[in-house]
Structures are given as C-alpha cells and as structure tokens.
Design a binder for this molecule. Structure first.
Ligand code: HEC
Length: 239
C-alpha cells in the first residue's frame, strides 16, 4: 500500500499504535475504577492520603488542655470578622433595622444558613424536638410561638448575634447579612400554624415534646419581661 507514491510505514505505526491501544484497553478495563469507586485506590505511593493532622472535635496530646481545636485568643477578632457591639436587646432594637428586603434569594440564603446553624437545635420547622435535645440539651423555645413572633427583627438579630442564655452567639460565625437573611427566614417559619399550642395548666419544666414547649415559653416570657436576659446556671453546658 502506498500513499502519494510512498510506502505506509506500517512497522512504525505498529510500534507506537499497539502499546497505545493496549494502554487504552487497560485503562478502560481498570483505569476508571478510582473515578467510580468510593474506596481509596491501590496506592503505589501513598501520595497525601495519610497526613498527620487533627480533625474537628478530636483530642490532642500536643496541647495541655487536650483539645485539638483551639479557642479564639481573647481580645482578638477573626479575619474578616467584626465585633458585635450590642450587649442588650434594647440597645440593638434602638439602633438596628433589617437592611435586607425580602426576596426569594434572601429567603433561600436565610433557609440555607438556618438549616446549617439553627436547625440542629431549633429543628427544621423551628418547632420540633431535635436529636440534640433528645440527647440532653435544654429544649429551645418554639420559634413560631407568640413570644418569638412578638420579637422585632432587631431583637431576633440580637439573639442570633449575641446569643441568649444557653444559646451561643453566632456573630463570629455568620456574616451580618446572613444573620439578617435568617431573620427573614424565621419570619417565614412563623407563618406556619403552631404545632404544639401551649396548654394553659400547672407549671411543668420537663424538656421534651409539647410540655417542653410550655415550660420554655413561660421562661422565655420571663426573660422578655425582665429585659436583658441573664445567664442561666447551666450556661456551661453548651460547648
Ligand atoms: C446550641 C443550640 C442552639 C442553636 C444552634 C441555636 N439556638 Fe436559638 N436558642 C437555643 C436555646 C436553648 C434557646 C433558649 C435560650 C433561653 O433560655 O433564653 C434559644 C433561643 C432562641 C430565640 C429566642 C426565642 C424566645 O422565645 O426567647 C431565638 C429567636 C433563636 N433562638 C433563634 C435562633 C436562630 C435563628 C439560630 C441560628 C442562627 C439559633 N437560634 C441557633 C438553642 C440554640
């Protein structure tokens, strides 16, 4: 066979082509496995699969307090972070207005942040009991109950930013805009009907189910009428 009167270099093509074909065949049979498999691939070299590092919540023998995760250095502000300046809800209410208009994007962002940061304790609906409560955390108040419904946007923003009693503040973890977006989303949750209406009866301070709602609602009411919330005795329980 000839092209343009020159013989086709079959031998050369075979020398390159056969290994390439073999390689493609092998790759197709086995090579895609690491892309499909959840198992780590067979390691000829370990690359960087194994590193000496500390995972979140792990203990460590390196630090004297045996915690791998380090606390903020007192008096410092995280990078890109701002200090939350208000110490009482009244101060916050006097100064702050929700700068965000409600929009589907704002609500979607609020929902996303709420699910990540609030739902573990307050539940997705804001009304239910969560696993963390079943395992011992004080039941948070129902976010759709009259008490929280009566809070101004600024007050909810203040609770998110500075915390309230055993609820920790999130000013260092959530951007200001995200906190306002959450406020809008909490308002959205509050439009749902109350799942566990408070039963007007004798005092009960249990922390599960509907009766927990009742116990917490009354305490939260006290907090509200007293103005600035005071830390409860079990404030240390929250990590
Ligand atoms: C670690 C669990 C936990 C997380 C996370 C949490 N909260 Fe709370 N929250 C609580 C508890 C407990 C209370 C009740 C505190 C008290 O005794 O006053 C509370 C109280 C509140 C209140 C006041 C309700 C009232 O009736 O007084 C609001 C509003 C609130 N949380 C909103 C949020 C939002 C929004 C988020 C997410 C940014 C959030 N919380 C994250 C546990 C949590």
């Amino acid at each position: 066979m000839k092209i343009n009167n020159r013989p086709i270099p079959l031998a050369q093509i075979a020398v390159i082509g056969v290994p390439v074909l073999l390689f493609l065949l092998l790759w197709a049979v086995d090579g895609f496995a690491p892309l499909r498999s959840k198992e780590p691939p067979i390691q000829v070299r370990s690359d960087m699969y194994y590193q000496s590092k500390s995972m979140a919540q792990e203990s460590s023998t390196f630090f004297a307090d045996r915690k791998a995760m380090r606390d903020h250095v007192p008096g410092t502000v995280p990078r890109n972070g701002t200090m939350y300046p208000y110490t009482s809800p009244e101060e916050a209410e006097a100064e702050l207005r929700n700068p965000l208009a409600v929009s589907s994007a704002v609500l979607a962002r609020g929902k996303n942040r709420y699910h990540n940061f609030c739902a573990p304790c307050h539940s997705v609906s804001g009304q239910d009991t969560t696993e963390i409560v079943r395992r011992g955390l004080q039941k948070p108040p129902n976010l759709a109950a009259d008490n929280a419904k009566g809070y101004s946007d600024a007050r909810i923003f203040h609770v998110i930013s500075a915390g309230q009693n055993i609820m920790p503040g999130y000013a260092d973890k959530l951007k200001e805009k995200d906190r306002w977006a959450i406020v809008h989303y909490v308002r959205e949750l509050q439009k749902a009907p109350l799942k566990y209406p408070a039963i007007p009866s004798a005092s009960s301070d249990t922390t599960d189910g509907a009766s927990g709602q009742r116990g917490r609602a009354s305490t939260a009411g006290t907090v509200q009428s007293a103005g600035a919330p005071t830390p409860t005795e079990n404030a240390e329980q929250v990590p």
